[in-house]
Design a protein around this ligand. Structure first.
Ligand code: PLP
Length: 388
């Protein structure tokens, strides 16, 4: 096998060499504890604070509103549980959508077991939450709403301004999981009244195990992890300095190169999608035409089971995923596609192709031909498939 093609950038991205380069001095030289007063500590602290400044500037917020965490999952847990516990005296009703990442859905399930009441908003066939549905769902005892910015399986970008404004108007905390949006599309926290926002380093060519929770100034939250005074006492634990520095660098590059990356990746992904739809019969595209992270192309191949497609493509050197990586291994159809109204047996055949900045447009023919071979083979073996 000579070719290796990675098309799973929504799961994780290869670290940019410039990010790795920026991190290395914090392993080799400035390895001090960022809390120490001496110069070893001060050097490490300077790296952390510089990263905080870069990230704050990217989102047009204050550095004091950025809290470093171990990634998207922790930030989601911090946001949902941290806000719910802090504000439970006001009410115990919380709202989210049916297409969230499991870091949100499981946090909601946990809180339901703790006596909170949850509402799960539906989405339309493209994966959009209707701001009117949100408005109707908010009650006097609603304390938190969490709706993701961009979906990891189909790429749908929600109507963030409208959703956040409804919550602002009603005086309810609004959290968004922006793990798949941050660094890919512009986010302006001065303009959009988001109260809490989660992001993660490894989705934008940064290191794994680092992310942020943005907490709008004046928002009360429980102290998430107790111990020392790190992260202004809200999230104790010695900072992962190299990862934080790497995340700052990754964000700086993502911001600077956003337009070029988007143009290149979108063109490539669109060409791939259109070629597949033209050349392979019985394919369904899942997601909206516009208001989507175009790098994400989610397709159902009737009669070809998703896991089998993945394994066949893997043998041809192509890395893709079915549903989302976090659920692969389980054979249930994707909760996102099911919520969008895709029949379960068709949802079983869904494959997510997620393109990145290092993909080569020259490879599209090879990818489509490999896919065609795999689908034809699996359909021939399927007792259920009959072409129309
Ligand atoms: C939308 C979304 N939220 C949260 C996460 C979890 O982030 P992390 O891997 O940094 O814990 C992911 C990762 O797949 C994601 O796509």
């Amino acid at each position: 096998m000579d070719k290796l093609i990675y098309l799973d950038h929504n799961s994780t991205t290869p670290p940019d060499p410039r990010v790795v380069e920026a991190m290395m001095p914090y392993y080799n030289e400035a390895w001090g504890n960022a809390s120490s007063l001496h110069q070893f500590g001060r050097h490490a602290k300077a790296g952390v604070e510089e990263a905080r400044e870069i990230i704050a500037k990217t989102f047009n917020c204050l550095p004091e509103e950025i809290y470093f965490t171990s990634g998207g999952t922790e930030s989601d847990n911090f946001a949902v549980k941290g806000a719910a516990y802090e504000h439970q005296n006001k009410g115990k009703h919380i709202i989210t959508s049916k297409i969230e990442h499991h870091a949100i859905l499981e946090s909601f399930a946990f809180l339901e077991e703790e006596g909170f009441e949850a509402t799960y908003l539906p989405v339309d066939q493209y994966g959009f939450v209707d701001p009117d549905d949100l408005r109707k769902a908010i009650r006097p005892d609603t304390i938190l709403v969490s709706v993701m910015y961009a979906n990891n399986e189909v790429g749908t970008i929600q109507k963030m301004d409208e959703l956040a404004s409804v919550c602002q108007e009603k005086g309810v905390i609004f959290h968004t999981d922006a793990v798949q949006a941050a660094g890919k599309i512009p986010i302006d926290l001065k303009r959009t009244p988001i109260t809490l926002m989660s992001t993660s380093g490894h989705k934008i060519y940064g290191p794994k195990g680092v992310g942020i929770l943005y907490i709008r100034q004046g928002t009360r939250m429980i102290r998430w992890q107790t111990g020392g005074a790190h992260e202004r006492g809200m999230r104790a634990g010695t900072e992962n300095v190299p990862a934080i520095v790497g995340y700052g660098k990754a964000m700086e590059l993502a911001q600077k190169e956003m337009k070029d990356n988007d143009r290149k990746i979108s063109a490539m992904a669109e060409e791939f999608r259109n070629t597949v739809l033209r050349e392979i019969p019985d394919v369904r595209f899942n997601g909206p035409e516009e208001e989507r992270i175009k790098a994400t192309v989610n397709l159902c191949f009737k009669g070809a089971e998703g896991e089998a497609v993945i394994l066949n493509l893997d043998m041809m050197g192509i890395g893709v995923t079915s549903g989302s990586a976090c659920t692969s291994g389980a054979l249930e159809p994707s909760h996102v596609l099911t919520a969008m109204g895709v029949p379960p047996e068709l949802a079983q055949s869904a494959i997510r192709f997620s393109f990145g900045k290092d993909n080569d447009p020259e490879d599209i023919d090879y990818i489509v031909n490999s896919l065609k071979t795999a689908i034809e083979k699996l359909r021939m073996m399927s007792p259920f498939y009959q072409s129309q």
